[in-house]
Design a protein around this ligand. Structure first.
Ligand code: FAD
Ligand code: NAG
Ligand code: NAG
Ligand code: NAG
Length: 534
């Protein structure tokens, strides 16, 4: 009895102590921010502690996955939404002084919530106010601040030119901070590569609070942040990107084929041609389950989604020659501008305002989500596909998808070590697995996570091996995580080589040089090769 009570008291004391110490840290931290000298606009307007009325709305605004929104999820002690670089510098300096970890958020789309969740006392730097875009049509370049979304970038480019574009992602609310630093691809990938392949300069604030451009940071760090993830190296403020030519007319189609319409055979053929097609043509496949009208039973539908850089008169003969099995006809096709194609691919109707691209609230209802990724190097045999279909008929797969995105074209011309993103020639296509659900609670969550892990296990024989490669921007903590407070290179290699293959070692070398004490750390940050201090 007595022993038990003693134990209880100790627990209470230590709990309240740790609570007190962390809130004291937050107070001193905020004071440190207020005292930071070189700011032109007052930082106090953009510092939110848990007592500020808009703290929750600031935090929740860019949470796109309900898995990381509940009250049981650890919250930042402070949120800073910088208006200028000095606010970032102040936050970096004061965080180190007062034992706070930093999580940087641009669009907030991280699949595992890494940009706004941490077990350690932490501050979120949310770049939502730093989203300026400057387009130079003559030079075919743009400076885009890291807090801007890709939708804002597309919109900004289209205001200045109808024949320039940028090869980044499909979802317009994705932030350029996370997206470009992790690679970033969309329907222009086969022609122009990744977003990160088209970066020509950048600004980053490092662990010492220094603002560095490409020249000042040096080629190693500039290499690392184009695909290695920004979060391990500092806070990226802006990118200078190369804009790419797009024709004034592009053609889109979206053709659905169900199992009873020979979907399996058509997918089989797609695997043989998708990476070899004309590089102006990208056809990806989105697989999901639907109700069959005729049989009233569940079936799988393969949507062949495409953007072609040219008119329908050029597209039809191309399809007839390379992929007649799809049976594409003129009526399936819509000619439009490139920027409109980005809106339609994002889910907007063509008659809706172009300004939809500026809306940072995502179009679909925010729900629970888990995603994973794979790379395919040899066509998946029909028996492999046929074994996948029944998994779509399970209860958990009501709102699930599997997406095949073809490589080839420009992706094969760039070497594996050009930037940290290593998935180039040899890969026919990338797979993304995703499952959404809407029911609250642990049970629903476990059920759906179990489903997607089962699908991933099922696919093992058909995808890349040693390492089983993965796309960093589809972050998946199942493939490995750093230890809580210190991670060895070997431990981090478990997930690191999956994302980066042979580039992982160089990333760790760069990390060791620019952030030896591993201040910028998270569940999947690049480890420093320095020995532990303690
Ligand atoms: C609906 C949806 C659609 C998607 N579509 C595509 C797609 O078509 N193509 C594609 O390639 N990917 C796609 N993605 C994945 C997306 O590219 C990644 O989730 C990306 O990391 C999101 O960037 P963010 O800035 O929105 O995320 P955040 O959650 O803000 O950040 C992601 C990571 O980057 C770090 N980070 C963010 N900003 C900075 C910064 N300024 N400096 C340093 N580190 C920073 C964060 O700390 C975190 O580790 C999609 C994701 C979703 C949810
Ligand atoms: C947060 O609250 C404090 C104390 O009330 C106030 O001084 C500060 O200006 C508030 N911050 C913002 C951004 O409103
Ligand atoms: C499916 O393929 C078979 C055999 O090749 C063919 O006879 C049939 O018409 C096709 N069905 C559809 C809906 O295309
Ligand atoms: C932005 O999108 C959301 C969700 O689709 C919508 O509710 C809202 O009205 C839009 N805001 C503006 C300003 O258009």
């Amino acid at each position: 009895m007595i022993r038990q009570r003693t134990y209880f008291t100790i627990v209470v004391i230590s709990l309240s102590f740790s609570f007190a110490s962390s809130s004291a840290d937050a107070e001193n931290f905020v004071q440190c921010l207020y005292n930071y000298p070189r700011t032109t606009t007052s930082i106090s307007n953009v510092v939110y502690t848990k007592t500020n009325r808009s703290y929750s709305s600031k935090l929740d605004f860019s949470i796109h996955n309900l898995r990381f929104k509940s009250n049981t999820i650890p919250k930042p002690l402070v949120i800073v939404t910088p208006l200028e670089v000095s606010h970032i510098q102040a936050t970096i300096i004061c965080s180190q002084r007062h034992g706070m970890q930093i999580r940087t958020r641009s669009g907030g789309h991280d699949y595992e919530g890494v940009s706004y969740v941490s077990k350690h006392p932490f501050v979120v730097i949310d770049l939502i106010n730093l989203r300026g875009i400057q387009v130079h049509v003559q030079k075919r370049t743009a400076w885009v601040q890291a807090g801007a979304t890709v939708g804002e970038l597309y919109h900004g480019i289209s205001k200045k030119s109808k024949t320039l574009g940028f090869p980044a992602g499909v979802c317009p609310t994705v932030g350029t901070g996370g997206h470009i630093s992790g690679g970033g691809y969309g329907f222009l990938m086969r022609k122009y590569g990744l977003a990160a392949d088209n970066v020509i300069d950048a600004q980053i604030v490092d662990v010492k609070g220094k603002l560095l451009d490409r020249k000042a940071m040096g080629e190693d760090l500039f290499w690392a942040i184009r695909g290695g993830g920004g979060a391990s190296f500092g806070v990226i403020v802006a990118w200078k990107v190369k804009l790419v030519p797009v024709p004034s007319t592009v053609t889109m189609f979206n053709v659905g084929r169900r199992l009873e319409e020979n979907a399996t055979e058509i997918i089989h053929k797609w695997q043989l041609v998708a990476n070899k097609l004309d590089e102006n043509l990208m056809i990806r496949i989105n697989l999901r389950r639907v109700n069959s009208c005729q049989t009233r039973r569940l079936t799988v539908q393969a949507d062949f989604e495409s953007v072609y850089l040219g008119g329908v008169d050029q597209l039809l003969p191309l399809m007839q020659k390379s992929f007649p099995e799809l049976g594409l006809v003129r009526e399936d096709c819509t000619e439009t501008s490139w920027v409109d194609s980005t809106r339609v691919r994002a889910g907007f109707r063509r008659d809706q305002s172009p300004d939809g691209l500026l809306n940072r609230t995502q179009l679909s209802v925010v729900s629970f989500f888990k995603g994973k990724s794979d790379y395919v190097r040899d066509p998946i045999p029909d028996v492999g596909l046929e074994g996948l279909w029944p998994l779509f008929f399970e209860d958990e797969a009501a709102d699930a998808f599997v997406q095949f995105t073809p490589y080839g074209g420009r992706m094969y011309q760039i070497s594996e070590s050009e930037i940290p993103f290593p998935h180039r020639s040899g890969n026919i296509f990338q797979i993304q697995y995703g499952v959404y659900w809407h029911e609250q609670g642990k049970v629903a969550s476990q059920k759906h996570m179990k489903w997607i892990r089962k699908v991933y296990k099922y696919m093992e024989p058909y995808v890349s091996k040693s390492p089983r490669a993965a796309y960093m921007n589809y972050r998946d903590l199942d493939i490995g995580m750093n230890n809580n407070d210190h991670t060895s290179y070997d431990q981090a290699s478990i997930w690191g080589v999956k994302y980066f293959n042979n580039n992982f070692k160089r990333l760790a070398t760069v990390k060791t040089k620019v952030d030896p004490q591993n201040f910028f750390t998270n569940e999947q940050s690049i480890p420093s090769l320095c020995k532990r201090r303690k």
